[in-house]
Write a protein that binds this ligand. Sequence first.
Ligand code: AMP
Length: 273
Amino acid sequence: MKIISSPLELKEHLKNIKLSVGFVPTMGALHEGHISLIKKAKEQNEMVVVSIFLNPTQFLKGEDLEKYPKKDEADKKICELSGVDVLFFPNSCDIYGVDEVSILSPKVRGYVLEGQSRPGHFNGVLTVVMKLLNIVNPTRAYFGKKDAQQLNLISLMAKQLFMSVEIVPVDTVREKDGLALSSRNAYLSKDERVEALKISSSLRLSSAMVSKGVVDAKEIRAAMREVLAPLEIFYVEILDREFNRLERVEIGNTVILVEVKVATTRLLDNIWL
Ligand code: AMP
């Protein structure tokens, strides 16, 4: 596995390669969720590039940029063992200069749900994803369904800016007890982790209600809120795959999303029905 930190060196390295390239952008502290993205990229491409870059511009002032888990050496091992060909490991100054051009997320879709509680977060996400895609120029790029709004906005950017990359969604990987894997789970104490299970329980309940024929969004949201009750709830939403609000669940075209705070940790999860 080659490890490269300079964007220009990586561009040079990939310039004459005629193989299909799968790209997996991450912020590090890799877990099985990230590994499933890498596996899918390996299945579908002849070469796999992973980036590890803790992107400062997607963190708002006062958020957890400084304490975000860092596991550089373990991450390198995981990439090597997963068969990654190139690990892109830039520093912030390799990616950002001063007085920069940036990408702005859409004024509505970038400022609802997570974008409402973290205004401007998705500008940072889209800007860094655009930069990384321009550096790697992959055939396909892989993003987790767990960050459904991020996936939606990146797909929208690729489509609206007529980019050539194929954006590939990957299913959420969970612990056996249902908790969606996240680098931020490391912040949870034992008791908080138990509290966090209310998130996946509420989503399982929504799916069970739909299986029994309940499709009214208001009724499902209310039942989910009861399960989540003691937690600080940012939103419980039932949307179509284009992220428009639904009054009734449409099987095959629905995403149910939850974002809550467990103690000081913001956690999100969703289910696609
Ligand atoms: P992050 O390092 O948190 O920025 O995540 C990098 C990529 O991994 C994003 O596309 C995430 O959506 C994806 N990801 C994070 N957690 C999971 C998970 N539990 N299952 C699948 N993909 C995930």
